[in-house]
Design a protein around this ligand. Structure first.
Ligand SMILES: *[C@@H]1O[C@H](CO)[C@@H](O)[C@H](O)[C@H]1NC(C)=O
Ligand SMILES: *[C@@H]1O[C@H](CO)[C@@H](O)[C@H](O)[C@H]1NC(C)=O
Ligand SMILES: *[C@@H]1O[C@H](CO)[C@@H](O)[C@H](O)[C@H]1NC(C)=O
Ligand SMILES: *[C@@H]1O[C@H](CO)[C@@H](O)[C@H](O)[C@H]1NC(C)=O
Ligand SMILES: *[C@@H]1O[C@H](CO)[C@@H](O)[C@H](O)[C@H]1NC(C)=O
Ligand SMILES: *[C@@H]1O[C@H](CO)[C@@H](O)[C@H](O)[C@H]1NC(C)=O
Ligand SMILES: *[C@@H]1O[C@H](CO)[C@@H](O)[C@H](O)[C@H]1NC(C)=O
Ligand SMILES: CC(=O)N[C@H]1CO[C@H](CO)[C@@H](O)[C@@H]1O
Length: 563
């Protein structure tokens, strides 16, 4: 983690918001542990803090299709703050935030109460790396950077998570996309002198994929002990301790699995509900010398009501007028347990841990991730390419997310019939092969595939119709050779990694209390045709029309999942 101080302007802004209280300490990682500025080990004593969105009933993991940003709801924060203080938490985890909203009030209130935030950068559906058809593309990168940009001015952001449960046992080929996201987010944070940690929250499961995944996310693919593509903070969503278990009964496995781990680790969710009542006796174990060599605390799930097929996880109810909080016995028991965590083990002392970044785990039948990562999504290169296309996607409505996948399916099917492929827009985290256009926005991938077909059909106007979704660009390339040359010219270094920057038009002076962020900012639609409706997707290069569902516009990976 960069040790650079936050910029002075940021400090003075935040300090002025609550000059009466001591500023919250910066937390940084040294090796596998977290420390506050005075060198004391920092443990996450946290609770998940997000009202549950509308659950997508098509989702195997109970993932929501909408979200409510709790950090943009100042009344809600004011209502909840006394209860968060009562619970004794020092951290809340928030699963999705809206970068177009103002978060000053909540963030200041939390900071004033000594409460850090762990912010997940993903959004439901189109705003996350899709585990069924992953890509690390400009639309997701831009969304992540916009959120970071908005939260960078606050002094109580502990970490930004680049994903939650995106990698499951049979989708370990998604891991390179997550690691690329961590690499680019880390690089961006360094460029803006942010000390926030880069995190990922992993699903629990068999150790034969869970452990290599953890090692993969914190390894150095270049074998030079570099942390450039490493996470800082590994989260495990762990529900193993049920009822009144014991360290021996619940946690010896995970303690052993991560005993040699090189970066900080915590339980990004915990709190089993299968043997009610929840006694929260795992808190005693988690903050003991048995667990402290590996773990730096955890996030109890969940403050707000949250239901899964397993049952109800919430600890409070909110009245229908949104004004009153009713706490449950669950809440009281967790409060009592957290209240007893007064001085968790303070070893090793600050600064004594050296960062090491081991080589990456090899591929085998239970772990498919290649150490060749996707390149940094390159907006300029993608926009350049788009301008050269002779046939492009012209969305008939602003709500085109549903049709993009279907149309890529159609276009790639036509290309397959014509003996061509969609390889250039595809990426494969198992082979480590990423097409030059694979990091572009889905709409540009679609335009690319429409144009390929149009060029192959000798630019007959009807080859660009796509039932009214295509539009001929008279200035575009004429001929397949010309199109190919234009692509090579625009995307001159298809495997480049670099420090990404905010999309143009986004101010680095993030929305302040007075500027009133307009709904047109943030991840809304922009002139370049990205934004609203962009969906992560992939095309199978060999598919033939009518034989396969080529494009999987799948359920977004783990925005909020309860395993
Ligand atoms: C992976 O497993 C899930 C269930 O755990 C299943 O729904 C999904 O279809 C599987 N995906 C693949 C690519 O096999
Ligand atoms: C694959 O390698 C990992 C270590 O990276 C190991 O934990 C796992 O058991 C291996 N899987 C198989 C099927 O051997
Ligand atoms: C919250 O509401 C649910 C559903 O009505 C109820 O089962 C539960 O007991 C309530 N909890 C509290 C703390 O009031
Ligand atoms: C907290 O500590 C007090 C004093 O040691 C003890 O009496 C109490 O049982 C503990 N509470 C829990 C929930 O462990
Ligand atoms: C967009 O279209 C999809 C599919 O046609 C539909 O499910 C969704 O509700 C629409 N969204 C809006 C905001 O109109
Ligand atoms: C990705 O590459 C692997 C290894 O080359 C291959 O087995 C797999 O079929 C490819 N996946 C797709 C979706 O093409
Ligand atoms: C665009 O493509 C979609 C999906 O194939 C199709 O339903 C629609 O009719 C097409 N045309 C227009 C004008 O939307
Ligand atoms: C990155 C992105 O495309 N985000 C969009 C996802 O969908 C929502 C709702 O339609 C839009 O508001 C976002 O801009």
């Amino acid at each position: 983690m960069a040790k650079l101080p936050r910029i002075a302007a940021t400090l003075s802004l935040v300090a002025s918001l609550f000059a009466q209280v001591d500023a919250i300490s910066k937390v940084s990682r040294s090796g596998r542990y977290l420390y506050t500025d005075d060198g004391t080990r920092f443990y996450i004593k946290g609770v998940a803090y997000q009202p549950q969105g509308t659950v997508d009933t098509n989702s195997a993991f109970g993932e929501p299709s909408t979200f409510i940003d709790p950090l943009a709801d100042s009344d809600g924060c004011n209502r909840d703050l006394p209860f968060l203080k009562q619970l004794g938490v020092n951290t809340v985890r928030v699963y999705s935030v809206d970068s177009a909203q103002n978060h000053d009030s909540c963030m200041s209130a939390l900071s004033g109460a000594g409460i850090y935030t762990i912010i997940d950068l993903s959004l439901p559906l189109n705003g996350s790396i899709d585990r069924t058809s992953p890509s690390w593309s400009t639309n997701i990168l831009d969304q992540y950077l916009e959120t970071i940009n908005v939260f960078n001015k606050y002094d109580n952001v502990l970490a930004f998570n680049v994903g939650n449960e995106a990698v499951i046992s049979n989708t370990t080929d998604v891991a390179p996309f997550i690691k690329a996201a961590a690499r680019d987010v880390r690089s961006y944070l360094t460029s803006i002198s942010s000390s926030a940690l880069v995190g990922y929250a992993a699903i629990d499961g068999a150790s034969n994929f869970r452990v290599p995944l953890a090692n993969f996310l914190s390894c150095d693919p270049t074998n030079s002990n570099s942390g450039a593509a490493s996470i800082d903070l590994y989260g495990l969503n762990n529900y193993e301790w049920c009822g009144d278990s014991s360290f021996e009964g619940a946690y010896t496995g995970v303690e052993g699995d991560y005993s040699g781990y090189n970066v900080a680790a915590y339980f990004s969710e915990y709190g089993c509900i299968t043997s009610p009542p929840r006694l929260w006796t795992e808190v005693g174990a988690l903050f003991s010398t048995q667990m402290s060599p590996v773990w730096s605390g955890g996030i109890a799930f969940s403050y707000f009501p949250a239901s899964s097929v397993q049952g109800q996880f919430g600890m409070v109810n909110i009245s229908s007028d949104g004004k009153t909080v009713t706490t449950s016995a669950d809440f009281t028991r967790l409060q009592s347990q957290y209240g007893n965590v007064t001085s968790p083990p303070n070893t090793p002392s600050g600064g004594s841990s050296q960062a090491t970044y081991p080589s990456c785990p090899g591929q085998n039948s239970s772990f498919a991730a290649s150490t060749t990562l996707p390149p940094t999504p390159n907006t300029d290169a993608c926009n350049c390419l788009e301008s050269t296309l002779g046939c492009t996607f012209k969305p008939p409505t602003s709500n085109y997310s549903a049709v993009v996948g279907e149309l890529i399916n159609t276009a790639c099917g036509l290309l397959g019939q014509a003996g061509a492929t969609c390889n250039d827009i595809a990426g494969n985290g198992s082979s480590g092969v990423y097409g030059p256009v694979s990091g572009c926005d889905p709409t540009i991938k679609l335009s690319w595939s429409m144009n390929q077909y149009y060029q192959l059909q000798n630019r007959q106007p009807e080859a660009c119709q796509f039932a009214g979704n295509g539009s001929v660009n008279p200035l575009g390339a004429s001929g397949t050779a010309s199109a190919s040359a234009a692509e090579t010219s625009c995307i001159s270094n298809p495997s480049a990694t670099f420090t990404p920057s905010l999309p143009s038009g986004i101010s680095t002076n993030s929305p302040g209390s007075s500027s009133g962020s307009s709904s047109g900012s943030g991840s809304g639609s922009s002139g370049s045709g990205k934004g609203n409706g962009a969906v992560p997707l992939i095309a199978n290069s060999q598919a033939l029309l009518g034989m396969l569902t080529i494009v999987v516009v799948g359920v977004a990976s783990g925005i909020w999942t309860i395993s």
